[in-house]
Design a protein around this ligand. Structure first.
Ligand code: MG
Length: 211
């Protein structure tokens, strides 16, 4: 498929929200091992606010801006700050109501760049960045002009990145206090962000088939 239309992207967001809702308890259980156990709830609340803010939108730039601010207005905490920053960063690099592969790549790299301004965490620190950075890098590395291939590459890289966090020692945030004991469990944020990218990948939610 050559274009990511706004209707397709909204359907992808809806599917990601459903995925997050289905895995809410899992994300909170993972967060409870090294943190305060609120990640599932925080993710459902933040993503629900984003989806609500996207309803009725007819073009990418203002929709993503509304999604980012919708999250910030309705929730607080690191999960919503980072998810909000992602959509606001995407907004700065998206316009119109359909995007080709090049425009999809720049929208997602804009999202990542804005998240990187909000957190010092990088790959290997056992955070959401271990899913997000490889996902966006895999998109950029794809030479395909088929957007379904971009989202497939991102989903695969995000899932692999999240799986690798099992073997990592936490280097960031409160989880760092656990030292060696943080090894052996996946990071909750990497797991939830991987879930988002897996939900974004084909099949096409508008057609029930491939993009
Ligand atoms: Mg937490």
């Amino acid at each position: 498929m050559k274009y990511l239309t706004i209707d397709l992207f909204k359907a992808m967001l809806q599917r990601a929200l459903e995925h997050i809702r289905e895995h809410e308890d899992e994300y909170s259980r993972l967060d409870a091992i090294l943190g305060d156990g609120d990640h599932g709830t925080a993710m459902v609340t933040a993503f629900s606010a984003a989806v609500k803010a996207s309803e009725g939108a007819t073009e990418f730039n203002s929709m993503l801006n509304d999604m980012g601010f919708g999250i910030m207005l309705e929730t607080s905490g690191s999960t919503s700050t980072l998810l909000g920053a992602f959509f606001l960063g995407m907004s700065d690099h998206a316009s119109g109501n359909q995007l080709d592969a090049g425009a999809v790549k720049s929208m997602f790299s804009g999202g990542l760049a804005n998240v990187e301004k909000q957190t010092q965490a990088r790959k290997g620190d056992k955070t959401m960045m271990d899913a997000l950075i490889p996902a966006v890098e895999a998109m950029q590395a794809s030479v395909s002009d088929d957007i379904s291939e971009l989202f497939q590459a991102a989903a695969k890289a995000a899932a692999e990145g999240a799986a690798q966090t099992v073997h990592m020692k936490a280097n960031y945030g409160r989880a760092r206090n656990y030292g060696e004991r943080s090894i052996g469990h996946a990071d909750s944020g990497a797991t939830s962000w991987s879930g988002i990218f897996c939900a974004f990948a084909p099949p096409n939610p508008l057609k029930g088939g491939h993009y």
